[in-house]
Write a protein of this length. Structure first.
Length: 148
């Protein structure tokens, strides 16, 4: 099948720009505690909304994991339990912290081994389908702050 240049250009220009736009968030100090091989892992970070509108993160993905979920910790009949969130709203101009014992990413079904210092690629996905690629560094859990 042959394509003429004008036809190809028109097709490319018709791709919605939203799919190419990044989420206006700044992520700092992204890290993942080291875990035994084959075990689920977690992702922690600070997420700042650089825009004037709330942004809802609704999903995440990583090529190194079967799937990624957004979780929180809640007290349930005297026991702390993880709960999957359908969305995590980052208010306009504010920072939300994902940290041990609180909000976090759950990295499920690891595809390979991870060692201290490795970098894990993760895409954060908002309610408009925009993606923000980040890297999370594998670190020791020791001396890391817990959520209040």
């Amino acid at each position: 099948m042959q394509f003429r240049l004008p036809t190809l250009l028109c097709a490319l220009l018709s791709v919605p720009m939203v799919a190419l736009a990044e989420i206006p968030l700044t992520v700092t100090d992204a890290w993942t505690p080291e875990a035994p091989p084959g075990r689920m892992m977690a992702g922690f970070m600070q997420v700042h909304n650089d825009s004037e509108e709330d942004i809802a993160l609704v999903d995440a993905a990583s090529p190194r994991f079967g799937h990624v979920e957004i979780h929180t910790m809640v007290m349930d009949e005297g026991v702390m339990r993880m709960r999957r969130l359908d969305e995590l709203v980052i208010p306009a101009g504010e920072t939300v912290e994902l940290r041990p014992g609180g909000l976090h990413l759950m990295l499920i079904d690891p595809q390979g081994r991870f060692s201290l210092g490795d970098r894990i690629e993760v895409d954060l996905i908002d309610s408009e389908g925009r993606r923000l690629g980040i890297e999370s560094e594998v670190r020791s859990r020791a001396n890391q702050p817990m959520a209040n």
